[in-house]
Design a protein around this ligand. Structure first.
Ligand SMILES: *Cc1c(COP(=O)(O)O)cnc(C)c1O
Length: 495
């Protein structure tokens, strides 16, 4: 069955999977969604015996139907290999009465690797299939994590180049070191004298600048985007929910068909939306717990039906969830309207105009799959502490938010079902916060905090951190905001 992708705002705007991946966003500003869901037979006894790569092939083949099996296999082999420190890629383990899906064994020790390791390969394959002969250039500004995950994904992928701008002094020392030590002859990292918002605004200007586009075209290049609304990032995230369920069957924890609740630390709503797709294609998932930090727009949305982004913005210890506008929520709204693009477009127009919208009573009938809860800063620290106290398991602040939300959810249920917490980052990505939550007064330096955390908890520092200490600096380019365009022209040799 061939699956096409249409816009959440216009059903006639239809693309093949590879075209949707190349294009990223629909012309009308909507997001691509599958026109219908693939009919997949999920035999969990058989899936329990399969590797992550085998499960990935099954799921990606079902969704990305204009890719051949060989093409997908090549993408999967390139994405999920030895760059993951754990050969199981996404292992599941039990601690303190919950199951943890560890999505942090990739090169940047956070869950974005699961999608960004494969996206560049899907893009390159999509380009070939569509006889798109230009070089793909990713231009992005980062306030921390996504930049490094994208750099690692695109590094050394033929036919692509990536330029990442970061605010000098605006990212943590570990994050800076991670970026400026990136290998690959198609990667560029530039420290900008300015803040993140200014850098991002300038990047957006460059992406839309007609003169720049023309110069790019003349030199056989075109800009593209690796952001989380691309279906080439969403579909690979469905894989680990299938894999996790199969692993729990294999471990004897779940009988096939038994319901599994899931708690997902949520920012842009991509990860939890993948869980929703997994449920729709037949993984026996129960409640999808949408866990937020102090920026609890989504908790309020699921409590009231009103999505209102006009509110204070907090910087928290779970920075990857410090988000007010969750771009992937548009896809959920589309499903809540029973796949009505006109109605979806109206809600999005209202959001752009008024900063809020309220869904209808009829739409609420369709959202019982979700439960919203949040953790404030104290509750986040307490969840890190309690999980270690009870089970000697060290979790990061994002995962802690999901643990707290799961505990809150369970208090309301008469019978606790098995529950999967999606663990989105290694504790070693945030060693100071984790150390502080466990033992008080952390060393002021990230690497020193990591060392002390390892000693005190008897855990191993991941290679992604330990190898950084002696890694040579490979990028030392700097720029002012105004000169960013000149830098791009210089780095890409645009004539
Ligand atoms: C990006 C990120 C999230 C949020 O995921 P979404 O798909 O944007 O909801 C949560 N935790 C970590 C560590 C992340 O990097």
């Amino acid at each position: 069955m061939a699956i096409n992708y249409c816009s959440t705002r216009d059903a006639s705007e239809k693309k093949s999977a590879s075209q949707a991946i190349l294009q990223g966003l629909s012309k009308d500003g909507g997001l691509f969604v599958p026109e219908q869901l693939p009919a997949i037979k999920l035999d969990f006894h058989a899936l329990a015996e399969q590797s992550y790569q085998e499960v990935a092939l099954k799921i990606l083949s079902a969704f990305l139907t204009d890719f051949s099996e060989t093409e997908l296999k090549d993408c999967i082999d390139a994405a999920y290999g030895s760059q993951f420190e754990d050969p199981r890629i996404a292992p599941v383990s039990e601690h303190d009465g919950k199951y943890f899906l560890e999505l942090f064994h990739g090169p940047t020790i956070a869950f974005k690797d699961l999608a960004l390791q494969i996206l560049p390969h899907l893009m390159r394959t999509a380009a070939k299939k569509n006889h798109f002969d230009k070089e793909i250039v990713i231009l992005t500004a980062t306030s921390g994590d996504t930049g490094k995950a994208a750099l690692e994904g695109f590094k050394n992928v033929a036919g692509t180049q990536i330029i990442v701008f970061y605010p000098q002094g605006g990212v943590s020392p570990i994050q800076e070191k991670q970026m400026v030590t990136t290998e690959g002859d198609n990667t560029y990292v530039v420290a900008v004298d300015g803040n993140f918002d200014d850098a991002q605004t300038q990047v957006k200007k460059l992406l839309n600048d007609p003169e720049m586009r023309e110069k790019m075209a003349k030199n056989g290049k075109q800009f593209s985007s690796a952001n989380s609304i691309n279906i080439g990032r969403l579909v690979p995230q469905v894989v680990y929910y299938v894999y996790a369920y199969a692993q729990l069957v294999k471990q004897g924890t779940l009988a096939v068909g038994e319901t599994l609740d899931v708690s997902v630390p949520t920012g842009n709503f991509g990860n939890i939306l993948a869980a929703y797709y997994a449920k729709k294609i037949g993984v026996p998932l129960g409640r999808l717990i949408c866990a937020s930090n102090q920026n609890k727009v989504l908790t309020d949305f699921f409590a009231t039906g009103t999505y209102d982004v006009d509110r204070p913005f907090y910087l928290t210890t779970s920075p990857s969830m410090d988000i007010l506008v969750s771009s992937n929520l548009e896809r959920l709204v589309y499903y809540l309207t029973a796949e009505n693009p006109e109605e979806t477009a109206e809600f999005m127009a209202k959001l752009a105009r008024d900063g809020e919208y309220t869904i209808t009573e009829a739409m609420k009938e369709n959202w019982k799959d979700f439960y919203g809860a949040y953790a404030d800063e104290r509750e986040t620290a307490e969840a890190i502490h309690a999980t270690y106290q009870n089970a000697h398991y060290v979790i990061d602040p994002h995962t802690a938010v999901a643990v707290h939300a799961a505990d809150e959810y369970r208090l309301q249920e008469t019978q606790a079902l098995p529950l999967l917490v999606v663990s989105t980052a290694s504790a070693y990505k945030f060693p100071q916060v984790v150390y502080q939550s466990l033992f008080g007064d952390a060393p002021a330096d990230d690497f020193a905090a990591a060392d002390k955390l390892a000693q005190k908890t008897d855990t191993q520092i991941p290679k992604a951190v330990s190898l950084l200490i002696d890694a040579p600096i490979r990028h030392n380019e700097t720029s002012t905001i105004a000169l960013m365009g000149q830098i791009v022209k210089k780095l890409l040799h645009l004539s």
